[in-house]
Unconditional design. Structure first.
Length: 754
């Protein structure tokens, strides 16, 4: 039978931050007895008064408990409860000491002053204007978020999202969510379609409602693009959409027109030789970006350089080679010549083929004619390495273009062209569709563009396969470097990387003075133990390598005993005594001072980007903040509510480490990673090591990876759009009338079969 109990929350014994499940104790208002409670108590804090409805249960292990079904919260109304509430850590800037000082001074008026006259807190010793601002902002946020927490708890939305939702929507949070719960899928990282759909069901939105159908289709398309696609075969897309929405396929078909009409999607076709045109679907913005790349590339290719006359290349090339004390091979000379003579030029090649040498020579030659030569790379680490190689300043592409949160999506925001004559971009294989679109848009007609990268590495993390598409189109002048030079040829890392890239099993013979080692082990738990031992002890002693600065564990996958999640926990335990450090926790992950972490998405306000790595320097529990010192020595502050942007980085995926290098790379390879065992991934991992690469796992798994050249296909329109007259493929865009009840197939037949 349901009963009601009331009392002040004394203590939280356990809380799952993901779903809000809480075990705690309250002091009964009826008889002052202490009662054990359990239930989904999202956001409640010690000191608060709870009115709980539920039932008594007798747990075999823990005894009598009150299991809560629903509850209401009131702020404490006595000094002891107020102090306990303020000391709970809920309000940033107030710990136990300040909680006592504040309550000692203001007693029962504490909450009143926080609401109406917070300046009174300046009378408390130790509280200045900066701390007061933090306290007041946190207090207001908590009070406003409280209603959202209580509203969302009925629908299983985790408490950790409440403050983020409030920051996003403010006082309109509940109204916006009630009006369209599916907006959470688009606008809040961490809320998937299923969670929003469950919420919508409880809010009374029908399964065939256009709001749901549109959101589900866009979600499916977003998921497909998160795998690297810019477009997807329409028939396959509709199959995937039906699996998610589980409604009459005709209902899904009939929403296509409205989504095109509102510029959410684009549908187009490519003509295949001897076959019917195949239909594809794009998110609208990705189709626009691919089309823009085609238009901007053509503009640059035909633009006239206005910054130098005819160059006596032999003379300048000879002087450059003499200065560096080198002799260029034929391929290298071709690369330099094409870079000088062509408006746009791509240089691609694997490790040891001389890309760095060529870059220095090109800079030396072109430096005679212009001082406006810019160097850039997709990541901070790649830009830093480019600076070290060339002796010239290099920046990230984002910094070069002063990109903000909108300009990589909205091309119209980049109206001012870069004042440069030459732009040289390294690690170009990492550039996705959005970034390439903006980059090309930023260049003046007269600028020369040189793209340098290894096309055989993994493609960009974001949608697209831009460098590969540019090469395969045959429309952009390209030099492919294949010759390995003597110094690089002495490196087993370089030789084995090329073997892997050519589908040849690498040389695993042991050379104690070598730079590539394979440790054979078939059991995943033992592979994990070996890796932890290598990082924490063996390599530090043998090679004097620092576990955090010089070593990086790369994994094909997140999950599994030798995935990033498990290895990060094991390495954190071995390398960082978190029990003795200031720390905080998000879900099952502990973030402590000294931990190695990685930024997982672009944050333009903080000027940190996906893949940036740093070390946690401070964890300020009272202020609910932690500080990370990034590789560039810059310190970045994160509120605890922003920790979803960080992950432990003792072990990271190969994809996440593109464009970066480390003195030592350690890679687990095992049959349990079968889905990700393919050649380009293995090749990319091996080429990340500068001085030492250690592969730990089974020979069978390594053989599988080397022989598997069938990585997950990426669909994109860029290559064919470059090869064909894009106006024939994508006719002038028109606003398409609303379809109403007309079916999608009729509309396709009339409008889309060009």
């Amino acid at each position: 039978m349901n009963e009601t109990i009331e009392g002040a929350l004394l203590h939280i014994i356990y809380r799952n931050e993901e779903n809000g499940y809480t075990v705690g104790r309250i002091k009964s208002a009826a008889d002052n007895s202490v009662i054990m409670i359990t239930g989904l108590l999202m956001g409640v804090q010690p000191g608060e008064r709870l009115q709980c409805k539920g039932a008594w249960k007798n747990d075999k292990k823990y005894g009598l408990q009150f299991s809560i079904d629903t509850f209401e919260v009131q702020l404490p109304d006595d000094c002891e409860g107020i102090e306990q509430y303020l000391a709970s850590g809920q309000i940033a800037g107030i710990g136990e000491a300040f909680a006592k000082r504040i309550v000692d001074k203001f007693e029962l008026q504490t909450f009143e002053f926080l609401d109406t006259n917070p300046e009174k807190l300046l009378e408390v010793e130790g509280i200045g204007k900066k701390k007061l601002e933090k306290i007041v902002n946190s207090w207001k946020e908590q009070q406003n978020a409280r209603g959202i927490i209580l509203f969302l708890q009925k629908f299983g939305i985790a408490a950790q999202f409440a403050q983020r939702i409030y920051k996003q929507y403010g006082q309109e949070s509940i109204d916006k969510i009630t009006e369209n719960p599916y907006r959470l899928t688009d606008e809040m990282v961490g809320v998937g379609f299923k969670k929003a759909d469950d919420l919508a069901r409880q809010l009374g939105i029908a399964v065939e409602d256009s709001l749901r159908l549109d959101a589900g289709m866009l979600f499916v398309l977003t998921e497909l693009c998160s795998r690297g696609n810019t477009c997807f075969p329409l028939d396959n897309f509709l199959t995937e959409a039906f699996k998610v929405l589980d409604v009459d396929p005709e209902k899904i078909n009939c929403r296509i027109g409205d989504l095109i009409n509102t510029r959410k999607i684009y549908v187009g076709s490519f003509q295949n030789a001897g076959a019917e045109p195949e239909m594809y679907i794009w998110p609208w913005y990705l189709q626009m970006q691919e089309l823009n790349i085609v238009e901007q590339m053509k503009r640059l290719l035909i633009g006239k350089e206005n910054w130098h006359n005819e160059i006596d290349l032999d003379d300048y090339l000879g002087k450059a080679c003499k200065r560096f004390g080198i002799t260029l091979a034929e391929q290298q000379e071709n690369a330099v010549e094409n870079s000088i003579s062509k408006k746009v030029h791509i240089i691609t090649g694997g490790p040891g083929t001389g890309k760095s040498t060529i870059t220095k020579v090109i800079l030396e030659v072109l430096g005679n004619f212009s001082e406006r030569i810019f160097l850039a790379a997709p990541t901070g680490r790649a830009a830093k390495r480019m600076s070290e190689i060339t002796g010239k300043e290099a920046s990230t592409i984002h910094s070069l273009l002063s990109l903000d949160a909108f300009s990589d999506m909205l091309l119209s925001r980049l109206t001012e062209k870069l004042k440069c004559d030459v732009l040289i971009v390294d690690e170009a294989s990492m550039i996705d569709t959005a970034l390439m679109s903006v980059l090309l848009n930023s260049l003046p007609d007269s600028a020369k563009l040189i793209l340098i990268g290894d096309v055989d590495q993994l493609p960009s993390v974001g949608p697209g396969n831009v460098l590969r598409d540019l090469l395969d189109s045959g429309q952009v002048p390209t030099t492919r470097l294949t010759e390995i030079f003597r110094q690089a040829g002495n490196s087993k890392i370089v030789m084995n990387a090329h073997k892997i890239n050519n589908g040849i099993f690498p040389d695993l013979n042991v050379d104690k003075d070598g730079d590539f080692f394979f440790i054979h082990e078939k059991e995943p738990d033992k592979i994990a133990q070996i890796i932890v031992g290598l990082v924490s002890e063996r390599l530090k002693k043998t090679y004097q390598l620092h576990p955090l600065k010089d070593m990086q564990v790369l994994c094909p996958m997140h999950r599994g005993m030798i995935g990033t999640q498990e290895l990060n926990q094991a390495l954190q335990t071995a390398l960082n005594d978190v029990d003795k450090k200031e720390k905080t926790q998000r879900g099952n992950v502990i973030f402590a001072v000294g931990d190695k972490v990685m930024q997982t998405r672009n944050n333009y306000e903080k000027n940190v980007y996906n893949g940036d790595v740093g070390i946690i320097k401070r964890v300020k529990v009272v202020d609910k903040e932690l500080v990370v010192q990034m590789d560039n020595e810059r310190e970045v502050e994160y509120e605890f509510s922003e920790l979803n942007e960080l992950e432990l980085a003792y072990a990271v995926t190969v994809h996440k480490y593109q464009g970066s290098e480390a003195p030592c790379i350690i890679l687990p390879v095992h049959e349990s990673q079968f889905a990700m065992l393919y050649r380009h991934l293995l090749y990319t991992a091996v080429t990340r090591g500068k001085k030492l690469v250690i592969v730990v796992g089974s020979r069978d798994a390594l053989y599988t990876a080397v022989k598997n050249d069938h990585a997950r296909e990426r669909y994109s329109g860029l290559c064919k759009m470059l090869q064909e007259d894009q106006k024939n493929v994508f006719p002038e865009i028109k606003i398409i009338p609303m379809l109403g009840e007309e079916c999608y197939e009729e509309w396709v037949e009339e409008n889309m079969m060009w």
